[in-house]
Design a protein around this ligand. Structure first.
Ligand SMILES: *[C@@H]1O[C@H](CO)[C@@H](O)[C@H](O)[C@H]1NC(C)=O
Ligand SMILES: *[C@@H]1O[C@H](CO)[C@@H](O)[C@H](O)[C@H]1NC(C)=O
Ligand SMILES: *[C@@H]1O[C@H](CO)[C@@H](O)[C@H](O)[C@H]1NC(C)=O
Ligand SMILES: *[C@@H]1O[C@H](CO)[C@@H](O)[C@H](O)[C@H]1NC(C)=O
Length: 294
């Protein structure tokens, strides 16, 4: 982009210089018989300059759009990482399911908390299309300025040229034609300069608006990532607590108690009628007691 800018600037300088020389040379020769022919060259040189101005607008608008869309597309990477994160969370549950029927029931109970990959993908895509859909809106004013300038060239300027040519169409009126054309060129150049000032302001504003949209895109995808990661962590916590028997008992389905008594397997002796008493020293019996044998 910088390269194109510098190149375009040098080209403009070169063109401006060439035109200056040409203009001077043109004025010196305008009394000659071949002046009408030279007038054509003079106008053609300006037409090329005008075509270049429009071409350069087109380049800037398209560059702007492409770089904005690239920034939006950068979010694909974060989407992919998030989907991998969901895969990992799902994979982590698989060995827990194999561990026992009980741990499998814990996984079954809570795994639905983990957001579906499809959901995360859709939400991230939604954030990205919200941003990319705005690309045409961002360049609306510049496109309109481009159209205005093109209209000035193809309608106003060309009509003035045609009028100069028909009004002063003989060799004896060559000077008059030259003056008429110079006026048309001067008017068009002033119009062009003002139009270019407008365009630069619009390009600057479009850059600011683009930054605002990209920020909104980051917030949108952050919310999706945050929700996903928080839910994964919630599912893991609940499954862990369930497996360790400290599940929220309002949701228990007769599998376990909140009351856990830890007992070493070495203390368990099926042949001994008087094993350690887990209720010893307790003030309440409770409704259930789970042995955590370690
Ligand atoms: C700018 O105007 C030219 C001439 O009308 C047109 O060909 C080009 O597509 C326009 N560029 C944009 C980006 O609108
Ligand atoms: C120049 O213009 C006059 C009147 O507008 C017309 O009669 C004449 O044919 C024209 N000559 C040329 C060479 O176009
Ligand atoms: C052409 O220019 C000369 C000198 O400026 C002027 O006297 C003459 O009236 C002009 N002719 C026409 C047809 O405008
Ligand atoms: C992340 O998501 C959780 C749950 O949806 C929410 O409570 C929290 O406020 C979010 N954090 C941020 C920084 O948005």
């Amino acid at each position: 982009m910088a390269c194109i800018k510098i190149f375009a600037f040098l080209t403009l300088l070169a063109l401006a210089k060439a035109q200056q020389n040409f203009h001077t040379a043109h004025m010196e020769h305008n009394a000659h018989r071949e002046s009408l022919v030279r007038n054509d060259d003079y106008i053609d040189a300006h037409r090329r300059q005008y075509a270049f101005n429009i071409w350069y607008y087109d380049v800037q608008i398209n560059e702007f759009k492409a770089s904005y869309l690239d920034r939006v597309k950068g979010m694909e990477y974060q989407k992919d990482s998030l989907l991998i994160e969901i895969d990992r969370a799902d994979e982590k549950l698989y060995p827990i399911k194999l561990l026992s029927d009980f741990s499998k029931s814990c996984v079954n109970k809570y795994e639905a908390i983990i957001p579906a990959k499809e959901w995360a993908k859709t939400e991230m895509d939604r954030c990205m299309s919200q941003a990319s859909n705005k690309v045409d809106y961002l360049v609306t004013y510049m496109v309109s300025t481009n159209r205005t300038l093109q209209n000035q060239y193809s309608n106003v300027f060309e009509k003035q040229v045609a009028s100069c040519e028909t009004r002063f169409n003989t060799s004896s009126l060559a000077v008059n034609q030259t003056l008429c054309l110079s006026n048309a060129v001067a008017e068009t150049n002033t119009f062009t300069q003002n139009n270019q000032k407008t365009f630069s302001t619009q390009l600057e504003e479009a850059h600011n608006d683009a930054n605002i949209n990209i920020k909104a895109l980051h917030e949108c995808s952050f919310a999706v990532q945050n929700t996903t990661l928080i839910k994964i962590s919630e599912a893991n916590t609940r499954i862990d607590r369930c497996v360790y028997g400290i599940d929220d008992c309002t949701q228990c389905q007769g599998h376990f108690c909140t009351d856990v008594y830890p007992i070493s397997s070495s203390k368990i002796d099926p042949k001994n009628p008087t094993m350690a008493n887990p209720f010893y020293g307790r003030s309440e019996t409770g409704s259930c007691l789970m042995l955590n044998i370690y």
